[in-house]
Every structure is written in C-alpha cells, then in structure tokens.
Design a protein around this ligand. Sequence first.
Ligand SMILES: NC(=O)c1ccc[n+]([C@@H]2O[C@H](COP(=O)([O-])OP(=O)(O)OC[C@H]3O[C@@H](n4cnc5c(N)ncnc54)[C@H](O)[C@@H]3O)[C@@H](O)[C@H]2O)c1
Length: 469
Amino acid sequence: MKDGYLDFANSPMGAKLINALGLPKPLPLERYSEGQPVIKGSVLVGGGGEPQLLEALAGVFSRIGAQSLAHDKLPQWVSVANKAGLTTGRWGGNGKPGEKVKALVFDATGLEDSTQSDALYWFFHDAARSLLPCGRVVILGRPPEECKSHRKATVQRSLEGMTRSLGKELKKGSISQLVYVSEGAEGNIESTLRFLLSPRAAYVSAQVIRIGQPVGQLVTPADWNKPFAGKKVLVTGASRGIGAAIAEVFARDGAHVICLDVPQAQEGLNEVAKKLGGTALALDIGSAEAPQKLVDAAKADGGWDVVVHNAGITRDKTVANMKEQIWLLVVNVNLSTQERINEALVNSGAIKSGGRIVCVSSISGIAGNMGQTNYAVSKAGVIGMVESTAPIFAEKGITINAVAPGFIETQMTAAIPFAIREGGRRMNSMSQGGQPVDVAEAIAWFAHPASSGLTANVIRVCGQSLIGA
Ligand SMILES: NC(=O)c1ccc[n+]([C@@H]2O[C@H](COP(=O)([O-])OP(=O)(O)OC[C@H]3O[C@@H](n4cnc5c(N)ncnc54)[C@H](O)[C@@H]3O)[C@@H](O)[C@H]2O)c1
C-alpha cells in the first residue's frame, strides 16, 4: 500500500509544512538493487581498550572495497588497514570532524570495565553528526554470557543501551546494530557485516545479533552477488505479500525457488513461480499429510537447502470473544505445522546438511497485541521453537533463525482501520512502514551459505518500532 504522507513530507511544500508543525519527517530509505556495491561511502572505525576484531574487519572491508578512516583514538587502525591493502587515513583531528561518512564501526570487544565506556562517548560524540543519510552504525562486542569476568560481562551488556539509543538519535533513515562475536568466531562475521552495512538492512535497527562458532562448515560463496546459485529454497505463503518478496529475493540471488501456497491461491502462486523460473507447489501446510508430502517433494528434488516458514494467518478477537476453532486454526498454521514440518524434513535428511531454516515471527509475539492472543501465542511460540531446536538441528549442520516483522506494507496491514494503521506506521525510528523486501533481505542474510555462525537469533525488522521495544 502507498504511504501518501511519506511522499507529501518529501515534496517542497509538504516539507515546509511538516517542519513548521514539528511533525515526523520520514526519509525514503535506500534499498538494494542488484549488482550495487555493499556500501557507497567511507567507514569510520573506532574502538576501545584493546580491540580484538580489527584484523577481521580490515579483511572484510578490503573484500567489499570499502574506504576506511581511523578515529583519533584508534590510530593503530591505519597500520592494520594498510596491511590488508586498504586505502585509509586519519579522520579529522585537533577536535575538528573529518569528512562525512556512510558508516561508523566501533570495535568494543576490548572494553573490560564500565570505566572504559567513555571510549564510546568520544567516538560517537565526535562522529554522530558526520553520518550521511541512511547511514550505518555497527558496534561489535563479546557475548556477555561468555565473558570470563563479571566486569567485562557488565560493560559488554551495556552496549545494548548505546545501540538502541543511537537508533533513536540518528534519524534520517540511519540504523544502528550490536553484533556480539564469540571468541574464535571472528572468521564468521562477513555475511553479517555485508548485510548490516548495505541498503539490504534498510528497515532493521537497534538489533542485537549473536555470531558463534560455525554450524557445519563455514562456506564462502564463489559469487557474493549470487550466493544461492545451485540452491533449492522452499518459501511457504509465496503467492503474495511478504512471501512473494522472499521468493523474488532468493531468485534474484541465484536460487531455484519452490513457491508454496494453499490450493485456493493457485493462480497467484503460478504467476509468481513462472516469473521467477521456480516451481509452484499447492499445499495446505496445516493438513495432516503436509509434512510427508514435503519430505517426498524435497527428496524428489535431491534435497532442499533452505526452508522459509512464511505462511501465516490472523483471526483477531479478544480472548473472551474467541471461539475455540479460531484459536486452534491460528496456532496450528502459524506454529504447530512448522514444528511438524521441521522435524519431518530434518529427521528424513530432506534438508541437506549445511541447510538453513528461517521462520517468520512478529513483534506481536514479542509485545503482545489487543485481540491477538492466538496470533501472539503462535508467534512467541515460533521464537521458542527457534531457540529450543537450534542446538538439536546444529548436530545435523542446520541453522534455524527467525525474523519478527513490525509494520510492513502488505494486504494484511492495508486491512487495518486508518487511525490504527497510521499509528503503526509512524511509531518507529523511521516514521514509516517497512516494505516486504526488507523482511526478505533479512531472511536471505540468515539463509546465506556464509551465515553458518548465526543460529537461534531472532531479529526484528521493524524500523525500531516502539511497540515491544
Ligand atoms: N504484514 C505485516 O505487517 C506482518 C507483520 C508481522 C508478521 N507478519 C507475518 O509475515 C508473514 C507473511 O505475512 P503477509 O503480510 O505477507 O500475509 P499475507 O496474508 O499477505 O500472506 C500470507 C500467505 O500465506 C498463505 N497461507 C496461509 N495459510 C496457509 C496454509 N495453511 N498453507 C499454505 N499457505 C498458507 C496465504 O494464502 C498467503 O498467501 C505471516 O507469517 C505474518 O504473520 C506480517
């Protein structure tokens, strides 16, 4: 659905009026188009204590062709970057800011104690105003639960406050994330940095991501622009909305997509599959025979590499007014089917080792929502399923993660009454709804062959929605 206010706010007359009234001014977000570089503009690098990820960062920046600059308090970056063959220099100096940059990357892994947190202050105090529109902030830390001293765990946990506050302060379409990297997992950061620094992450902000040891083998794709070449990807609910966008992103990035939807949606399903050169599979995933049918289809295909559980339904009523069958229907389609299908596909080997499962939850499953007890139970359950099955599936070399969308412009949200819809759209740091492609890009990042260090993560694609924050 079109967001008329966004267009108006960016017209000459609308911008004047909106400024005068002090209304929120959403900026059109930069989004990825095929073949464009990961980042257009320089990266300013900072750090505190004895940062431990500088070499890994320099390696990634050199492979993505990013220009980098060293903040005053991290002069050692220049030699680390030069060693990796990067063009680099010092940024600003003598209390004066340097050039505008597209990203601020701060390596906080060396912070051992809260008294060192002023390193964050100096870096972001100096540089916050120098971030270009749709800028990127990435703070890297160590998972607090793995820190050897409680002092270190404390300061590492405090990074969340910094990340989330920056997401609210930066404005102009900029995003801010915290990435916890386990010791020894330095080699697994590339797919995540490529995602977070690029326009693919347009509507993801204030998220905490954990990168651990690789599940199965760490794979580097031959072509980062076509990471799914030769891969088979199942997308449920693919005839329209977010599911169609997911199928499109996987096809763009080289996959053969098996597009699944209910038989009633056959026409739309055929259209999507035909457009993408994929396969249409009409099946009600809520039916008792669905898991076995999917195992048979996957085996006939030589196994699937990625399964995306996107199909979902809402049947809203307050719990006092809700009929039992409505409860059962929503929990079955949104949650129990996913459990049954995952077990059947994993136990039969129909998902290959090195495979990826990505589920779609919702911020309703995190925050709860009036009239959505059934939906919120199903979507919170998806998070529970991801967390509890990740270690079991890891034994087979398979990762499982989830995205939790906020307000996304689809037929589902177009049906919401106007006043509630406008509230949902504006109550986030981007002052606008997300696009289906934003959810799709996050799913493709989790499903990436190089994302084997990511499992049991749940990431919101919500523009830092105030709901459930
Ligand atoms: N749109 C949003 O703002 C939003 C926000 C949070 C979460 N989500 C979630 O994102 C997912 C996609 O949402 P959407 O907005 O594109 O919804 P949508 O209603 O446009 O699409 C859902 C698709 O799933 C299919 N489906 C439903 N039941 C099925 C079944 N039993 N078997 C096979 N296919 C089935 C439908 O036919 C439909 O094509 C859902 O899981 C939804 O809960 C959406």
